[in-house]
Each structure stands twice: as structure tokens, then as C-alpha cells.
Design a binder for this molecule. Structure first.
Ligand SMILES: Nc1ncnc2c1ncn2[C@@H]1O[C@H](COP(=O)(O)OP(=O)(O)O)[C@@H](O)[C@H]1O
Ligand SMILES: [Mg+2]
Length: 263
């Protein structure tokens, strides 16, 4: 099967530190894949490099919608990556706290609208219609994610778990085919984590998404993932099914190397 995301030899340096060292990861359509590893292993840097936030020193990054030819995305800007169908959430929640829940989702939707700033100011008929459609679509996404009761609430007032879900809703509004989640369960209580587990499965099965998640909650990772990729000190050290990863001596060593730091 052809990969939907193909990353080869990804290398990223910060001064003297090699945060990523020749990392190869491929993700197939419909997979729930996880990227795990100790703190500082390079997981977030991997997301930043493949979504245009950092320009990696070296490597090849390609995404491919089934039935279309592959698109090189290395060197593109973050908004261009989003427009090509790869959306993400952030380890540290990045919502517009002073905006409503609906407005936060509409910002995600904006990358699919044709009206620019001038259009929004002049508001010709076609663009008013487009804006109305964006409100409708955004509300529909909130309903799907189970946040519609908060539609006019300020993002800052939402419970923590709901803020994390809102980040996912905003990413969905960009209409992606692949979704990257950076520690979506961080800070969630057990009930919120269970609901997240269901939400991620639903995104894959009902929304036809391919998902790559970075996550420290091993119970969640093991129950959700079809495939797990492990990095340590910027290097990929293992790849396999949850059962294979649990039994891999290199992975066990990486995690037990420093108990205080590692999740
Ligand atoms: N912008 C940056 N400048 C310098 N060093 C960075 C930067 N971003 C990350 N790093 C370093 O790169 C390494 C990997 O970080 P990160 O990708 O955030 O790890 P993880 O997400 O796996 O915990 C760490 O040593 C971190 O300090
Ligand atoms: Mg991180």
C-alpha cells in the first residue's frame, strides 16, 4: 500500500544539537499511528519540521491523497501545508482565548474560503454567502466533536479537556485528510481521556482520517495505535505493532534510562 505520509532522512539541527537524525517514517491511509519517545526525543520537532514551522536541514517529506500524485511539502509554509490537507494540534494549547468557540473553529475554516481581507470588509453578496456557509460548517463540526453547547462561550472559559477537543475541531475545519495530534491527552482526567480515545477512533472510522499522534499516555497509545514509531535522542529506534513495541528491548531501555524524566 502506498503511504499517505512519507518522511525520509529527516534531519534537524539546533546549533550543535541534532534534534532529528535521519528519521524515516511512513504512514498508510486509515492508520492510527503513534510517535512516542522520552521527553526531548524530538517528537514535537518532527511535527514542526513536517508542517513547515521549522525548515529541516535535510530530508524528504511527501503527502499523497489517494488517487492523486504525491505532493512534496518540505519547504512549504505552515498555511500551505494545511491547504494541502495536513492539519495539526499543538502540545501547548493554541486557541484564541478571547474569541468564542465558534470563532475559533471559523479561523480553521478560513483557509478554505476564497474571500480575502478586502472581501470580508466589502462583503459582496457571494462572500456573505460563503461566510454564512462557514458558520454553518463550523457549527456542524462542533456538533460532531460534541462541543455545540459551548458555541458562544469564550474559549478561555472551557474546561481543559474541552479546550483540547476544540483544537481538534479547529484542525478539522481545515478539511484535512491527515491529522497530527501533539499530546492530545496531556492534562486530561481519566474520563476526558476515555472520551478522547473514542473521538480519535471516530475521526478515523467516520471522517476517513489518517492520524499520527504523539502521546505519553501509554494505555491510550497501546489501545489506539495500529503502528507505533519510537524515537530517542533524535533517532528512530523502533517501529511495530503495540505488542512488538511493548516487548522491544531498545524501547524498554530508552524508557527506563531516566525514570525521573520519562513518562
Ligand atoms: N526551537 C528550538 N531551539 C533549540 N532547541 C530546540 C528547539 N526546539 C526543540 N529543541 C530541542 O530539541 C530537542 C527535542 O525537542 P522536542 O522535539 O520538543 O522533544 P519532544 O517533543 O520529544 O519532547 C530537545 O533537546 C529540545 O530542547
Ligand atoms: Mg513535545
Amino acid at each position: 500500500m502506498e503511504p499517505i505520509l512519507n518522511v525520509q532522512n529527516l534531519t534537524m539541527r539546533f546549533g550543535g544539537l541534532k534534534a532529528l537524525d535521519n528519521v524515516n517514517i511512513t504512514i498508510e491511509k486509515g492508520q492510527i499511528a503513534a510517535l512516542i519517545g522520552p521527553n526531548g526525543a524530538g517528537k514535537t520537532t518532527f511535527f514542526n519540521c513536517i508542517t513547515g514551522i521549522y525548515d529541516p536541514c535535510r530530508g524528504h517529506v511527501e503527502i499523497k491523497v489517494p488517487g492523486e500524485s504525491a505532493m512534496r511539502i518540505k519547504g512549504l509554509k505552515p498555511n500551505q501545508v494545511t491547504e494541502r490537507g495536513m492539519a495539526r494540534t499543538f502540545q501547548n494549547i493554541r486557541l484564541f482565548q478571547g474569541m468564542t468557540v465558534l470563532e475559533n473553529v471559523m479561523i480553521g475554516r478560513h483557509c478554505r474560503l476564497h474571500a480575502g481581507i478586502l472581501g470580508a470588509l466589502l462583503r459582496p453578496a457571494g462572500q456573505v454567502k460563503e461566510e454564512k456557509q462557514a458558520v454553518f460548517d463550523s457549527y456542524e463540526i462542533l456538533e460532531k466533536i460534541g462541543l455545540e453547547q459551548y458555541v458562544n462561550e469564550m474559549a478561555v472559559n472551557l474546561p481543559y479537556g474541552a479546550q483540547r477537543r476544540l483544537e481538534i475541531a479547529r484542525a478539522l475545519a481545515t478539511n484535512p485528510f491527515i491529522l497530527l495530534l501533539d499530546e492530545p491527552a496531556a492534562g486530561m482526567n481519566p474520563q476526558e481521556t476515555r472520551e478522547l480515545d473514542e473521538l480519535i477512533l471516530w475521526l478515523r472510522d467516520s471522517e476517513d482520517l489518517t492520524i499520527l499522534l504523539i502521546e505519553h499516555d501509554m494505555k491510550l497509545v497501546m489501545s489506539l495505535s495500529d503502528r507505533i514509531h519510537v524515537v530517542d535522542y533524535g533517532k528512530k529506534i523502533a517501529e511495530g505493532t503495540p505488542a512488538q513495541i511493548k516487548a522491544n528491548p531498545d524501547v524498554i531501555k530508552a524508557y527506563l534510562g531516566d525514570d525521573s524524566e520519562h513518562a
